[in-house]
Design a protein around this ligand. Structure first.
Ligand code: PNS
Length: 181
């Protein structure tokens, strides 16, 4: 089978995000998506306007490490439009985790916009598991920055990376009035 045919035959889902850092909430969604699709491409957004704490390379490495046991999951880095990556990867589905009403509103807008840009590209929302619904990367960064524990929100390895980065951030910000988080 040609590579193109193989791509068409497999049901590939794209799971995009900033993953700054990857949380237990992300992992739960990836694991569940990996059960639903033949292949899941976790797409780490490179040029995030959110001023990420971790470089794109660091976020990809972190995600790869966290997801290495999932054999049908691949982590890639991307910039530009998600719909273009979907075309490259032969993906007809985007998966996004949804924690609640605010997420749903924003995600519905993105899903419709992606479908407008690439007709046929659909989005599947997975409701976050209730015990993980309070986890957001932004809050993880904020807690770490303020010296709180991020245990139970990210893996132990990621917690170490986040705490180290939080220390660097505090040092960088010590003599400025720059917003840290
Ligand atoms: O983890 P995040 O930050 O909520 O993920 C947002 C993401 C990466 C899914 C979104 O910003 C995105 O898809 N960016 C790529 C640029 C793009 O295609 N923009 C149009 C989307 S409607």
């Amino acid at each position: 089978m040609s590579e193109k045919k193989q791509k068409e035959w497999r049901r590939t889902a794209l799971l995009p995000g900033s993953f700054d850092p990857v949380t237990l909430g992300h992992l739960d969604i990836v694991i569940r998506a990996a059960r639903l699709f033949d292949q899941v491409v976790v797409a780490v957004l490179e040029n995030s306007s959110k001023h990420p704490w971790f470089s794109a390379e660091g976020r990809v490495l972190m995600a790869q490490r966290e997801m290495r046991a999932l054999k049908n999951v691949r982590v890639v880095r991307f910039s530009g439009l998600l719909v273009e990556l979907a075309a490259e990867e032969g993906a007809k589905v985007v998966v996004r985790g949804v924690r609640g009403g605010a997420d749903l509103e924003y995600e519905t807008l993105m899903a419709r916009m992606n479908a407008h840009l690439r007709p046929g590209l659909d989005t599947v929302f997975l409701p976050s598991s209730p015990h993980l619904s309070h986890i957001a990367s932004r809050l993880v960064r904020e807690i770490a920055y303020l010296g709180g524990s991020v245990k139970g929100l990210v893996s132990d390895k990621v917690a170490l990376a986040v705490e180290t980065r939080a220390g660097e951030k505090r040092a960088e910000d010590a003599f400025t009035d720059r917003g840290a988080i």
